[in-house]
Design a binder for this molecule. Structure first.
Ligand SMILES: Cc1cc2nc3c(=O)[nH]c(=O)nc-3n(C[C@H](O)[C@H](O)[C@H](O)COP(=O)(O)O)c2cc1C
Ligand SMILES: CCCCC(=O)C(=O)O
Length: 415
């Protein structure tokens, strides 16, 4: 207990130091200084020790992230809702899809380049919005954006960011989309949409699966404390209930998120921005049709990395029916559980135009900063390229449903 509190303080001070220096007590200040120093040294040693070891896949980044992060933060990043059934399913469902490769196809040139909403990217692999990245690395969202720029891909910046829109925008020339949470204080969401547009973000990604935060029991146990969200500086300050136990993040979300958000609000969003709007969190054909009807520019099939409602299906399991319902009217993207280039291929085969990657990017960031995010992106891209070569696809257009065998196919063949 004492050790875990000590660790919590140690890393809290390391990452958010200046905010805490309001403590009047001299002893506490000294304690904080020593804690930060010790955390810095420990972290540095751990990073250095693993710096030389070659990591060969994104799961190894997760192992390294687990070693370098304090438990509270690793649990926040890696955890899911309640029993974490969907968390496991997101990964397992990919494993149940197998390949039907074609042979004797000329694959001496494999082309992965792709276009999303008119923006050219090097591969259909983009960075999902993930909140509070300074808990993973002191350079947080800025390092992530720089990696996106180097890999020539898109970064979706989270509304729950520990850097400001301006910091991220001025850090590099990455193609950036802005993920939006609609707050009870609509003026806060309004202001941030305006700023994103002004600072060159290319699309708004409206997350629609979070009227309330899912029950994340690891965060409850750890009494997860969110860091200051710099993105909200000057716009909103939230007083967390000191008496309330459990996850302070949950407390924060309950105070900020607008649970009344509904389909009509997409009209409101369209009225305040000229940017294309993608809707994130679609899991059914019905909602996909509604999204098309209200005029969104794209759909992201997602269960929020299994962090919201447990026992929803793995996102890959519902992709086919969403794609059928959308009938090519807008692009369909997918996230959740992608850990291999083979997973990316499977999603593309079932109709996704691109995929978003959440946790692996965070693990890359935690383990090796900007370089780690770049390596994760490159690893997935290289694996996708190899998968294409070995299935007989030299371009993304060549990838079809006939290259994979799903559970649906297996059931059909039994009839
Ligand atoms: C630590 C963490 C923070 C997240 N924060 C956000 C967020 O701020 N906004 C959002 O729309 N989705 C958020 N997500 C969900 C991701 O955008 C994405 O849907 C999910 O991570 C994909 O699953 P994967 O982690 O298995 O790749 C978060 C996910 C994680 C793991
Ligand atoms: C209050 C929301 C935090 C970011 C988020 O969406 C997540 O942790 O899944």
């Amino acid at each position: 207990m004492v050790t875990s509190n000590y660790l919590r303080l140690r890393y809290w001070f390391l990452l958010t130091g200046p905010e805490f220096l309001c403590c009047k007590n001299y002893l506490l200040q000294e304690f904080s200084r020593i804690c930060r120093l010790r955390a810095y040294v420990t972290n540095y040693r751990l990073r250095k020790k693993h710096m030389t070891a070659e990591l060969v896949n994104v799961m190894e980044f997760q192992e390294l992230a687990k070693k370098v992060l304090p438990k509270m933060y690793y649990d926040y990043f890696s955890g899911g809702a309640e029993d974490e059934h969907t968390l496991r399913e997101n990964v397992e469902a990919f494993r149940r899809i197998t390949f039907q490769p074609r042979i004797l196809v000329d694959v001496s040139n494999v082309n992965l380049s792709s276009t999303i909403l008119g923006y050219n990217i090097s591969a259909p692999i983009i960075i999902a919005p993930t909140g509070m990245l300074k808990l993973a690395h002191p350079e947080g969202e800025v390092a992530t954006a720089r990696a996106a720029a180097l890999c020539n891909t898109i970064m979706v910046m989270s509304f729950s960011s520990t850097c400001t829109i301006e910091e991220v925008a001025s850090s590099c020339n990455a193609i950036r989309f802005f993920q939006l949470y609609v707050y009870r204080r609509r003026d806060v969401s309004y202001q941030l949409v305006q700023r994103a547009e002004r600072y060159g973000f290319k699309a708004i990604v409206l997350t629609a699966d979070t009227p309330r935060l899912g029950r994340r029991e690891r965060d409850i146990k750890n009494k997860m404390v969110p860091p200051p969200l710099k993105i909200l500086e000057g716009l909103l300050s939230v007083e967390l209930d000191p008496e309330k136990g459990g996850s302070k993040l949950e407390n924060f979300a309950a105070k900020t998120m607008d649970p009344s958000l509904n389909w009509k609000d997409v009209e409101w969003l369209k009225s305040i921005t000229n940017l294309p709007i993608l809707i994130k969190g679609v899991l059914t054909a019905e909602d996909a049709r509604k999204a098309v009807e209200v005029g969104v520019a794209g759909i992201i099939v997602s269960n929020h990395g299994a962090r919201q409602l447990d026992y929803v299906p793995a996102s890959i399991s519902v992709l086919e029916e969403v794609v059928e319902a959308v009938n090519g009217e807008v692009p369909v993207l997918l996230d959740g559980g992608i850990r291999r280039g083979t997973d990316v291929f499977k999603a593309l085969a079932l109709g996704a135009q691109a995929v978003l990657i959440g946790r692996p990017m965070v693990y890359g960031l935690a383990a090796k900063g900007e370089y780690g995010v770049r390596r994760v992106t490159e690893m997935l891209r290289d694996e996708l390229e190899l998968t294409m070569a070995l299935t007989g696809c030299s371009s993304l257009e060549d990838i079809t449903m006939s290259h994979v065998r799903t559970e649906r196919d297996r059931l059909r063949s039994l009839l």
